[in-house]
Design a protein around this ligand. Structure first.
Ligand code: NAP
Length: 264
């Protein structure tokens, strides 16, 4: 992997994000030739370029001469940006007649669920698949940290509410980053590949282990889901048979994250 990745010239969009930072650390470790993009105006490091995917500003210079784009940038608060950003990237790649390999990180199950963010990720995938550009898509399940954020929301009040019988398959962000870096050394697959954590839990089990490690016991109501997307969630829309056997388990991640709670 090392030699092949070293020959590539890589742009990482969203390199400052949760996944992006893991990817960048791995690229540094293998001495890869890469820059990251940020849409924060202000002083940039030698390894950063300004790109706003919403407007397309900066894309032209950022992709010039690149052989791989690891496209990780995204904004859950502005889901349309995933589609707009993808369109801007594709347009500029075509304009430059570039053979660049565009690797897009997506999410398992987005075609089965109607949440606005998922719909936009699906549309962005379709833009890429139909673009004529060289591509690969990796769809990952929920990162441990994202599950943790969800649980903070669901269990924010004295009585927690958790959807009933929903399987979730948390994954260590580090193994997703490793897979993406491995893909930079490969050829475009023109395929969507899934990647999930080793263990599948019901959401309520995750809530209980989360409460236990934080020494917070509370009443949790398990509300049933209905309709087509409720059925899809219960049938495992957020899970995949393509499990990664490496990386931190949910329990180990919780223990590491909440070590200070444990010592109280
Ligand atoms: N969270 C999960 O569980 C999960 C699971 C599967 C797949 N994914 C996918 O993985 C990717 C990364 O997720 P993450 O949790 O690491 O996200 P994140 O921490 O929110 O990072 C996303 C980065 O995108 C950049 N960005 C936002 N708006 C931008 C814009 N208009 N133009 C250019 N850059 C912009 C931001 O960097 P700057 O502020 O520096 O510009 C931000 O740091 C996303 O595509 C997400 O859909 C996430």
């Amino acid at each position: 992997m090392k030699n092949a990745a070293e020959k590539k010239t890589i742009l990482v969009t969203g390199g400052s994000g949760y996944l992006g930072q893991e990817v960048c650390n791995l690229l540094i470790n293998i001495n890869a030739d890469f820059i990251t993009s940020t849409h924060q105006r202000g002083s940039l490091t030698d390894q950063q370029v300004f790109v706003d995917l919403e407007t397309g500003d900066g894309i032209k210079d950022a992709i010039q001469g690149k052989t791989v784009i690891l496209h990780l940038a995204s904004d859950k608060k502005k889901p349309d940006n995933d589609v707009e950003g993808m369109k801007h990237l594709i347009a500029e790649i075509k304009k430059q007649q570039s053979k660049v390999h565009l690797i897009y990180i997506s999410i398992v199950g987005i075609d089965l669920l109607p949440m606005p963010y998922f719909k936009q990720k699906m549309m962005a995938e379709q833009e890429l698949v139909n673009s004529g550009v060289n591509w690969s898509i990796l769809r990952a399940t929920q990162f441990h940290k994202y599950v943790d954020e969800l649980l903070h929301q669901f269990l924010a009040y004295p009585v927690g509410i958790i959807p009933k019988a929903v399987p979730v398959q948390p994954i260590d962000v580090h193994v997703v980053a490793e897979k993406l870096v491995e893909m930079t050394a490969g050829v475009p697959s023109h395929q969507k590949k899934d990647m999930g954590g080793e263990e599948v839990f019901e959401f309520i089990e995750l809530a209980k282990s989360w409460g236990k490690i934080r020494h917070k016991s509370k009443l949790i109501l398990n509300f049933p889901l209905w309709g087509r997307w409720g059925k899809n969630l219960k049938n495992g829309a957020l899970t995949t048979a393509d499990k990664s056997s490496s990386g931190m388990s949910w329990e180990s991640w919780l223990t590491a994250e909440y070590a200070n709670y444990l010592s109280r």
